[in-house]
Design a protein around this ligand. Structure first.
Ligand SMILES: *[C@@H]1O[C@H](CO)[C@@H](O)[C@H](O)[C@H]1NC(C)=O
Ligand SMILES: *[C@@H]1O[C@H](CO)[C@@H](O)[C@H](O)[C@H]1NC(C)=O
Ligand SMILES: *[C@@H]1O[C@H](CO)[C@@H](O)[C@H](O)[C@H]1NC(C)=O
Length: 613
């Protein structure tokens, strides 16, 4: 009796639970059925951007002007002279009307692309549809829409990426009755690629902002005429993968972000004293002795794949093997292999007088074997990079005390008559660079490439009163990282050295996270301007990774690197406030395409352009 009572109780309880579940389910469905009734729309005010405004009542709906939009993204895409384009093109005329399109109905006409460049161009066109699908962070409504035909007209079949590669393009969008015609005209596939990037920025999802509906439609501006070319040929992002190993997928995502911002140089600071993650097929000891772990290695195959990945996105990879300082772990195996000390002071402690930060390490310029090993590494690099390969030889922060306390080096200096009390160490340091450059020239020769300039950090050796004695201006491009207050950049330009600027107090993304350094927000990074002139190649933004790894990488880099990108592409004269609505749009775009770009204002401000300053 007691047993069946209990059974009855459980049966009733189960029923009750089911009832609750059922009615809950109804409640949920009910909410979905009446999904999202917006109480506002977005109004375009051409001078200021888009502003949230009360949704008009139904009676007046037919009077709603073409300046009102349900979707903030669509509003930003058509509003203002440059719509939602980032970096800002030289000139743009963008219509207010939009047409529905579908990524499956975009066709590329490649008849006017030279055969030599065709396969790369095809790879580039394949990136367009995914970028558009990402815009609609749901499913693109599958209705046949007006087809889009993109005519690609590329003049040159030259696919090399150098400081003189043309990146100029023309982009025209025209809507006919039954189709949309897009004309791209460019000298090279890289210009054409930039045009396609811009094309993706003329598309937005019409989903009302904060709507919970799953599907959305994509709208393309029905008419646009854009003329564009960059101001500076060198627009770089430096990523350090030695202080922390950055997994390949995160490196690739960073490359994606660069492509979206038309940055064109990936400066890969791949080695340092801390670790050596770059696999060398000729010298496997580098990673065996220098990688943090078996997993934290970039295999030769992965590196080749990355270089191709970057090229398809219009980006040249510059590999930096920092030398003669900033070299330690990965270089300590010389004695074991009968080659003597390739590096000295490796992991020495106390470190303070021997290097800038622990662990210490500096190459041993007195050891001839060093140059043979370096030459083998250079050969691997010259074979991996597309011609003409660009190498960064480092060259920063040599600590004289390390060499001066190493007997085999001071003995060598005596032999060479290098006076340790005057300029002897500079002679030794310059001799190192000459020998390293010779090894690089030989590596290039082995792949059939003539001598190329290499990049070199500014240092004591590149001071205006010293550089001309030691470094040939036709062979070295100096990357100046002195603070903006330093005269060095202008001095070197005046002396005829080609230069790249990466001012540490303003374009270093790690600032504000260690010591007393100051964080620079996107506005101050954007507001910094650079010199103009043919000896001046451009700039870079730097992600040193002492205090960051892949966990926080995106928010640290983006969208601040985008601010630098526009400075380098456009060098606009208008204030940062004029740029802000477009920056909001670019930040949203980065997120849609999978990069966790940081916020730049409260959400309310992002819905009310021009109302928060
Ligand atoms: C709506 O537009 C019509 C025709 O242009 C005009 O006569 C009417 O006054 C407008 N109504 C409102 C509320 O603006
Ligand atoms: C390709 O273009 C580069 C400039 O980017 C130039 O230096 C090189 O000579 C060109 N190659 C050929 C084969 O024309
Ligand atoms: C190198 O060491 C010697 C001997 O200790 C010293 O006299 C000299 O000043 C040092 N040179 C430099 C540049 O520090």
């Amino acid at each position: 009796m007691a047993g069946s009572c209990r059974w009855l109780f459980w049966a009733l309880a189960l029923c009750a639970v089911q009832l609750v579940l059922c009615s809950n389910q109804e409640a949920v469905e009910d909410t979905v059925a009446h999904a999202y009734v917006p109480s506002w729309m977005y109004k375009c005010m051409p001078e200021e951007g888009c502003e949230r405004t009360t949704h008009p009542q139904h009676e007046t709906l037919r009077n709603v002007s073409t300046m009102m939009f349900n979707s903030l993204d669509v509003c930003r895409t058509v509003c203002g002279r440059f719509g939602g384009l980032w970096p800002r093109p030289v000139t743009a005329a963008i219509g207010m009307q939009t047409v529905k399109i579908h990524p499956n109905y975009i066709r590329f006409d490649l008849q006017s692309v030279p055969t030599e460049a065709l396969s790369l161009m095809v790879e580039m066109t394949k990136l367009v549809a995914p970028a558009l699908v990402a815009e609609c962070d749901g499913e693109v409504t599958d209705i046949v829409e007006t087809p889009v035909i993109v005519y690609l007209n590329v003049k040159s079949g030259n696919t090399s990426l150098t400081w003189s590669t043309s990146e100029e393009y023309k982009l025209d969008v025209q809507t006919k009755e039954d189709q949309i015609l897009v004309h791209v005209n460019a000298e090279t596939i890289y210009g054409a690629r930039h045009a396609l990037e811009t094309f993706t920025q003329l598309v937005a999802s019409d989903k009302p902002t904060f709507s919970d509906q799953h599907e959305c439609s994509l709208r393309l501006v029905s008419g646009a005429k854009i003329r564009d070319r960059p101001v500076y040929p060198h627009r770089g992002l430096l990523l350090d993968s030695s202080r922390h190993f950055i997994p390949m997928e995160d490196v690739k995502r960073t490359i994606d972000g660069m492509a979206m911002n038309k940055l064109n140089v990936f400066h890969w600071h791949v080695t340092d004293t801390h670790s050596f993650p770059l696999e060398s097929t000729r010298v496997p000891q580098f990673t065996r002795y220098g990688a943090y772990s078996a997993k934290e290695i970039y295999t030769a195959e992965e590196v080749r794949e990355l270089i191709k990945y970057a090229q398809v996105r219009g980006i040249r990879v510059v590999i930096e093997i920092d030398s003669p300082a900033h070299a330690g772990n990965g270089w300590q195996w010389g004695p074991e292999y009968g080659l003597g000390n390739l590096a000295v002071c490796v992991n020495k402690w106390p470190w303070r007088s021997l290097c800038v930060q622990p662990p210490c390490g500096q190459m041993n310029p007195a050891n001839p074997a060093l140059y043979r090993v370096l030459g083998d590494l250079y050969k691997d690099i010259a074979e991996a990079l597309p011609a003409p390969a660009l190498l960064h030889v480092g060259g920063d922060e040599v600590y004289v005390e390390c060499w001066n306390t190493t007997e085999e080096i001071t003995d060598y200096m005596k032999e060479q008559n290098y006076d340790p009390n005057t300029d002897g160490f500079f002679k030794l340091w310059a001799e190192f660079h000459q020998k390293a450059l010779k090894a690089w020239d030989e590596a290039l020769e082995s792949v059939g490439t003539p001598k190329q300039p290499v990049m070199l950090w500014s240092s004591e050796l590149t001071q205006a009163h010293r550089i001309f004695k030691h470094l040939d201006k036709d062979r070295y491009v100096i990357e100046v990282w002195e603070p903006v207050s330093s005269p060095l950049l202008h001095q070197l330009i005046k002396m005829g050295y080609k230069t790249v600027s990466i001012p540490k107090d303003i374009w270093y993304l790690d600032r504000g996270f260690w010591g007393n350094t100051k964080y620079n927000n996107w506005r101050s990074m954007y507001s910094h301007t650079l010199p103009r002139g043919d000896k001046f190649l451009g700039g870079e933004v730097a992600m040193w990774t002492e205090y960051i790894d892949e966990q926080g990488l995106d928010t640290r880099i983006w969208p601040r690197a985008a601010a630098v990108a526009e400075r380098l592409w456009t060098d606009p004269t208008a204030s940062v406030y004029v740029a802000e609505p477009r920056m909001q749009r670019q930040r949203a775009r980065l997120i849609k395409r999978g990069l966790s770009a940081d916020a730049i204002s409260p959400a309310w401000c992002s819905q009310h352009d021009g109302k928060c300053f």
